[in-house]
Design a protein around this ligand. Structure first.
Ligand code: PLP
Length: 363
C-alpha cells in the first residue's frame, strides 16, 4: 500500500530519487568516485563555505554514526565538552560522550525550552576547563528549533570548539555555517536534502580536523575517512552506492526547487498550515515558542477514548504514516512536514484526521 511518510526521515522522496537507485555501481570506478567528490563539493556550496576553510566527509551509517564519529574522533583527553540538552538527541550526545569516556558537562533545559546563552556564560565563568560546546539545532524529539547565534558567538569569544547536530535542519533552513564559526556540523542523507537513508555527512573546519586526531574507533575515524576520500573520492570501506546515487539526484532536485531558502519556505508553509488546521480540529502543539518548521509534536486530545495505535492505523489506511511522540513529560504524537510534501498533502491529511474524529470520539 502506498502512503506518504509524515516523519522526520526517512521521509517521502520523489520517484526520480528512488529511480536513481536502479543502477549497481562499482565503488572503485572513477565515475563513482567523481560522484562522491561532486557531492562533497556541492554540500560545501549549499553551506555557503569555501573549500579552503571547510571540507565535507561522508560517513557510512545513519545520522548517529556521524555524530559519534565526530565526538569520538575530535575530542581529546584535554577537552571538556559542554553538552546542551533539551531532548533525546541531546541526550544521545551525552550517551556517546559517556561511552567514549569524554570529559563533559550537561546543561539541560526542559523539552519545550531552548538552551540560553546567559546560562552558558555562567557555566563558562565557573568552569574554565570547558573547551567545546555541542548542541542540536532542530531537536526532533519535540520539533523545537534551538537558536544557534548567541551560543555560537559565545563559543567564538571563548575560543571553544563548536559542534552542531543539524540532522533534521541542514538543507531545510539557511544556516550560516562559516559566520557562526561551526567547527563540525553533522547531518544525514535522509533528512532535508530528501535522499534515502544510508550515510551521514560532516562539514568540518579543515584546521580543526587536521589538528584533532583522537579517533577511538577504526570505522568511525573521521580523519582517516577524510584522508582517503580527499585523495580521489574513494570511501574507506564499502560505500552505500545506491544511497549515494539517490543523494546526487536529491541534490539536483534541491537546486531545481530553487535552493535551501525556497525549500525552507515550502516547509514553513506546510508547517504553518498543519498547525493552523490541527488547532482548528482541537489538537494543540506541545511547543508554544520556538516551534521549528520540520516536525510538530501534538498533545493527545482530551477525549479519553483517544488511542494512538488506532489513530495511526486510520491514518495509514488513508495514506499517511506519522510518528509516535518522544517527549518524556507529555503524551504526544508527531507529524513531520518535510520531504516531498506540499500543502495539498496537508489539506488531505487534515481531512483524514477530521473524519477520524467523527468515528472515534462517538462512544
Ligand atoms: C537531531 C537528530 N540527531 C540525531 C539523530 C539520529 O539520526 P539516526 O536516527 O539517523 O541515527 C536524529 C534522527 O532523527 C535527529 O533528528
Amino acid at each position: 500500500m502506498e502512503y506518504k511518510l509524515l516523519t522526520p526521515g526517512p521521509l517521502t522522496t520523489t520517484k526520480s530519487v528512488k529511480q536513481a537507485m536502479m543502477v549497481d555501481h562499482c565503488t572503485w570506478d572513477q565515475e563513482y568516485k567523481t560522484i562522491t567528490q561532486d557531492i562533497r563539493q556541492k554540500l560545501l556550496t549549499l553551506a555557503g563555505v569555501t573549500d579552503t576553510e571547510y571540507t565535507t566527509i561522508l560517513m557510512q551509517g545513519s545520522g548517529s554514526f556521524g555524530v559519534e564519529s565526530v565526538l569520538s574522533s575530535v575530542i581529546g583527553e584535554e577537552d571538556h565538552v559542554l553538552i546542551c540538552v533539551n531532548g533525546a538527541y541531546g541526550l544521545r550526545i551525552v550517551s556517546m560522550s559517556e561511552r567514549h569516556n569524554l570529559t563533559y558537562t550537561v546543561y539541560e533545559v526542559a523539552e519545550d525550552e531552548i538552551p540560553q546563552a546567559e546560562a552558558i556564560t555562567e557555566i563558562l565563568k565557573n568552569d574554565s576547563s570547558i573547551t567545546a560546546i555541542a548542541m542540536v539545532h532542530s531537536e526532533t524529539t519535540s520539533g523545537i528549533l534551538n537558536e544557534l547565534e548567541d551560543i555560537a558567538q559565545l563559543a567564538k569569544e571563548n575560543g571553544l570548539l563548536f559542534i552542531v547536530d543539524a540532522m533534521s535542519s541542514f538543507g531545510g533552513i539557511p544556516i550560516d555555517v562559516s559566520g557562526l564559526s561551526i567547527d563540525f556540523l553533522i547531518s544525514s542523507s535522509n533528512k532535508c536534502i530528501q535522499g534515502v537513508p544510508g550515510f551521514s555527512f560532516i562539514l568540518a573546519k579543515r584546521d580543526q580536523l587536521e589538528k584533532r586526531r583522537y579517533a577511538r574507533t577504526v570505522s568511525l575515524d573521521l580523519y582517516d575517512q577524510y584522508e582517503t576520500m580527499e585523495k580521489d573520492g574513494k570511501w574507506r570501506f564499502t560505500s552505500p552506492t545506491h544511497t549515494v546515487l539517490a543523494f546526487q539526484q536529491a541534490l539536483k532536485e534541491l537546486d531545481e526547487e530553487g535552493g535551501i531558502y525556497q525549500r525552507y519556505m515550502r516547509y514553513l508553509t506546510n508547517n504553518r498550515l498543519l498547525r493552523q488546521k490541527m488547532e482548528e480540529l482541537g489538537y494543540h502543539p506541545f511547543i508554544k515558542q520556538y516551534q521549528g518548521p520540520f516536525i510538530t509534536s501534538f498533545l493527545f486530545p482530551k477525549q479519553a477514548s483517544f488511542d494512538f495505535d488506532n489513530f495511526y492505523q486510520h491514518l495509514k489506511e488513508n495514506g499517511f504514516v506519522i510518528y509516535p511522540g518522544k517527549i518524556s513529560t507529555a503524551d504526544c504524537f508527531r507529524i513531520g512536514n518535510i520531504g516531498d510534501i506540499y500543502p495539498e498533502d496537508i489539506h488531505r491529511l487534515v481531512k483524514v484526521i477530521e473524519n477520524y474524529a467523527e468515528v472515534a470520539y462517538v462512544s
